[in-house]
Design a protein around this ligand. Structure first.
Ligand SMILES: [Mn+2]
Length: 251
């Protein structure tokens, strides 16, 4: 790691719509700390001016997992099978995404995060994978066992930033062909139409998109799985946090 001050990583927080409390599970903050950054939990009620100041002051932004994104935000009515939403969180995160991108700050998205980024840039998502897709071998994207145990494979496109980050090696040092890793899976929604500026670069065996990157942007990676439950034992998951924190340190 660098010897200077540690990069400050802003994290979006969970919102319990029944009690209106914000909740922060410790897994993402622990992973950021382990990767050499300092996690900073962002307030749900921050105004646009507050967020602009936070974006200027912090070095990178992690869009964390959480509930479904409201379908109106990608131009759809609410379909049967859609889950609960937080209007407050949708609003805050879309504002944060816009401001963070204006200042070209490194961005990472996890689960809801990849979907939110895709929607913010004009893409769509499946509101409910099982009822909206036909798959020959339907992967259990809501895995039936604990999050720390991987459940399906993901194929990562050769030459993509994600392949480089996951392997920790530059493209020239990677074996030819896609990189295959084992990931966990706790989602019933997923990226459907990829936003014009994004590139899908990771896929589950049933074709569901599990990773995106953005060309012509300093650093943006979204993943559909949850590396924050895997990094202690899985070098690929640790590399995702390390590369993000390193990119934030370089800002
Ligand atoms: Mn999955």
């Amino acid at each position: 790691m660098t010897s200077g001050p540690k990069p400050l990583i802003g994290l979006t927080t969970s919102h319990d719509i029944k009690t209106d409390e914000t909740i922060q599970a410790p897994y993402c903050p622990r992973a950021i700390l382990a990767a050499g950054g300092i996690p900073v939990i962002l307030p749900l009620e921050a105004t646009e001016d507050d967020l602009r100041q936070l974006v200027s002051s912090l070095d990178g932004f992690l869009f964390t997992g959480g509930p479904d994104v409201h379908p109106f935000l990608f131009g759809e009515d609410t379909r049967m099978g859609c889950g609960s939403v937080s209007v407050k969180r949708d609003r805050m995160e879309l504002m944060l995404l816009k401001l963070a991108m204006e200042q070209k700050k490194p961005i990472m998205g996890i689960c809801r995060g990849i979907q939110l980024i895709n929607i913010g840039l004009g893409g769509t998502i499946y509101q409910d994978i099982p009822s909206q897709t036909e798959r020959v071998f339907p992967i259990a994207h809501q895995q039936p066992f604990p999050h720390r145990v991987p459940s399906h494979t993901v194929k990562i496109a050769a030459g993509s930033l994600l392949a480089e980050v996951i392997s920790g090696k530059p493209p020239a040092d990677q074996p030819p062909g896609p990189t295959v890793i084992r990931v966990n899976s706790t989602h019933h929604q997923a990226v459907r139409d990829v936003a014009p500026q994004l590139t899908a670069c990771a896929f589950a065996p049933d074709g569901i998109i599990e990773g995106v990157t953005m060309k012509d942007y300093p650093y943006l990676i979204g993943v559909q799985w949850h590396p924050e439950y895997l990094w202690e034992e899985d070098p690929a998951a640790m590399n995702l946090f390390r590369a993000f924190v390193k990119a934030a340190a370089a800002v």
